[in-house]
Design a protein around this ligand. Structure first.
Ligand code: GDP
Length: 469
């Protein structure tokens, strides 16, 4: 915890006076270079001088206890990820206590008769998984790989496998749609084995469970398999001390302001604490559990909703606890400066790259897109997915993203930059907005399935640049 100025200077290879300058710039007085700087200050200075620090809370003497596993569902489109999550959600603690009606909040907990529980992230697909990982958030402990028994291994099945492998996250296979006449789970197992997955029944350690998400069969077996996998992994976290947590989803509520669904990784998050979340900050005004009940504290793997942030964070942002409002403001400002610097550096780098190459000059077609979606996590997933459509000929340029329905200001922006507007999982815009868009000849694309959206935008690209894709 903390470090003296001289030590920090030494480790970063900077002079003591340059480190002192950074501190003075952010309004800190430094009495002596041997004075211990708090971990917040160390992080701030490190950011300013371009050094990477990871906060390590010493777990010496702290209580390390078993914690529930955090599970993500992945697999090919239409193989039943959403149906499986729906079915599991109905058995969740929230559904039981709220009489079956739950709103989408990004995560839910299923409690087993044994007293153990499992936390499920409620955003299916690898787009969300990799967006989180790209921001350094290793939230998922186990991946459920859903494969439809009638369809077998498909391209996104393989993609999901690669993502899990790259993240070093173990998988449990759920062969879904076993109720269907054409179901052939043996064929699926052989396909998976030939892709290098070491299935348990073939001597490996990857468990396979046969289920039907719609008929709700095999779900208990799947939950047992997940518990067993979690047991083998011996998942434990520090319970005491300042929390480290991750944002799973964030949204803006008219009355309550920015709300973030978060999962605690270690430590305990307590209502009233000051936090820095990504580059935003706030004082936690309320912590709610997944039933919406106010709670004082949140422990590892517990999904919670926090209220009191000053701005909207992004999925995958880390949450760290700081001592005071001053610290929170300072760190948040430091992080904002840092991301602004990174953005500038990137732009300069992009500009400096030779533009003369034939590919670059022929990439004359640009497709500007505005993305609106229901929640922050989806915004990111959709944006990432759209960007994959860029090719040497066509540049898919996501010019603006936002949470919520498509508004007049989106249409104005679209008109200004010749963009089309994508609405994902959002209501149809009000008729005045639709009318304005139609008059300005702006395309609005509303979708609820990524795959369909990509197809649709793919068509647009072909329209713009025939012979690409
Ligand atoms: P996702 O794209 O992976 O999220 O797939 P969905 O959950 O949206 O499911 C795609 C289609 O498969 C829907 O029409 C579901 O009703 C259907 N489906 C999902 N699970 C099952 C199942 O276990 N049995 C059958 N017969 N159909 C299923």
């Amino acid at each position: 915890e903390g470090m003296a100025l001289v030590e920090l200077a030494k480790r970063s290879g900077k002079s003591v006076s340059s480190v002192r300058d950074v501190l003075v710039n952010v309004g800190e007085k430094v009495e002596s270079e041997f004075e211990t700087l708090s971990i917040d200050l160390v992080e701030l200075v490190a950011m300013e001088i371009g050094l990477n620090v990871k906060r390590l809370h010493s777990s010496e003497g702290a209580e390390i206890l078993p914690r529930p596993a955090v599970v993500t569902v992945m697999g090919h489109v239409d193989h039943g990820k959403t149906s499986l999550l729906d079915a599991l959600r109905q058995t969740s603690v929230a559904a039981k206590e709220a009489g079956g009606i739950t709103q989408h909040v990004g995560a839910f907990v299923v409690a087993m008769p044994s007293g153990a529980s499992i936390t499920f992230l409620d955003t299916p697909g690898h787009a969300a998984f990799s967006a989180m990982r790209a921001r350094g958030a290793a939230v998922t402990d186990i991946v459920v790989l859903v494969v439809a028994a009638d369809d077998g291994v498909m391209p996104q099945t393989l993609e999901a496998m690669s993502h899990a492998k790259a993240a070093n996250v173990p998988m449990v296979v759920a062969i879904n749609k076993c109720d269907k006449p054409g179901a052939n789970s043996e064929r699926v197992k052989l396909q998976l084995a030939s892709e290098g997955l070491l299935l348990e029944e073939m001597g490996g350690d990857v468990q396979v469970v046969e289920i039907s998400a719609t008929k709700k069969t095999g779900l208990d077996k799947l939950e047992e398999a997940l518990l067993l996998q979690a047991e083998m992994m011996d998942l434990k976290s520090r319970i005491d001390g300042p929390a480290q947590a991750y944002v799973v989803e964030a949204r803006l509520d008219k009355g309550r302001g920015p709300l973030a669904t978060a999962i605690v990784k270690s430590g305990t998050l307590v209502s009233g604490q000051y936090v820095v979340v990504g580059s935003e900050w706030g004082r936690i005004r309320a912590v709610r559990d997944m039933v919406g009940k106010l709670t004082e504290r949140a422990t590892p793997a517990m999904p919670i909703e926090i209220e009191g942030l000053r701005g909207l964070p992004m999925a995958g942002d880390d949450i760290v606890v700081v001592d005071s409002e001053e610290r929170a403001r300072m760190l948040s400002a430091g992080r904002k400066r840092k991301s602004e610097k990174d953005r500038l550096a990137k732009r300069i780098q992009e500009k400096a790259e030779p533009v003369e190459s034939p590919e670059e000059t022929s990439r004359s077609v640009e497709l500007p897109i505005i993305v609106k979606a229901d929640v922050q996590g989806t915004v990111q997933a959709v944006t990432d997915a759209l960007r994959t459509l860029s090719s040497p000929q066509v540049f898919v340029n996501v010019v603006h993203v936002g949470v919520g329905p498509i508004s007049q200001s989106d249409v104005d922006l679209a008109q200004a930059c010749g963009a089309c507007i994508v609405g994902f999982n959002v209501k149809s815009p009000p008729s005045s907005v639709s009318l304005a868009a139609a008059q300005a000849n702006i395309k609005i694309k509303l979708h609820r399935v990524i795959y369909h959206l990509l197809e649709d935008i793919g068509d647009l690209i072909i329209e713009k640049a025939p012979g690409t894709l």
